[in-house]
Design a protein around this ligand. Sequence first.
Ligand code: CA
Length: 222
Amino acid sequence: MIYCVEDERNIRELLVYTLETTGFTARGFEDGRALWAALKQETPELILLDIMLPGEDGYGILQKLKTSNSTSDIPVIMVTAKEAEFDKVRGLEGGADDYITKPFGMMEFVARVKAVLRRSSRQNENKELRCGDLSIHVARHEVRAEGRKIELTRKEFEMLQYLMENKGLVLTRDQILCHVWGYDFDGETRTVDVHIRTLRQKLGNTGNMVETVRGVGYRIGE
Ligand code: CA
């Protein structure tokens, strides 16, 4: 899940749309207040942060994010308008991971998002994701259900990891296909259903946490 804090509606919608068509899940927020409310519910993988915002500005938000224990590990990319003077040093010293200058091309934007996520996932290699009695250790490629070790194929593991990173959210078959098999995968969304079925079987009782949301996709929740 990627958060985009941007008060200009057109840009915000374009960012969210671009991320979603690239296989990410994304949400847009028009100001800091909306962001703080959402952060109480979930932790995104990355925050794109505009600087000139109504109310609290991007520098102030960045400082708060980096000084709070619950949010200091979330990578941040500052999004700046070309005409406004962006203080690169202030942003990067404030803990931002990168910055993008508006207007930017969508290819460049996606490449930068991916680069920052790659760096942060290397830092988080030891992270463990949990959902009820189910846990996965990403770097060790290890899955435990009710304390028992479970053997999964690579695709099943990546699918489970994707669901757990977006716990509580519905992921469409297309999003799963795009994220796990890749954007140019020439397959059918039925591939996802088949893998979900075997994943559930292997997970035993905890497989019930993988819910089918009729007509939409799948979600994992406790
Ligand atoms: Ca702005």
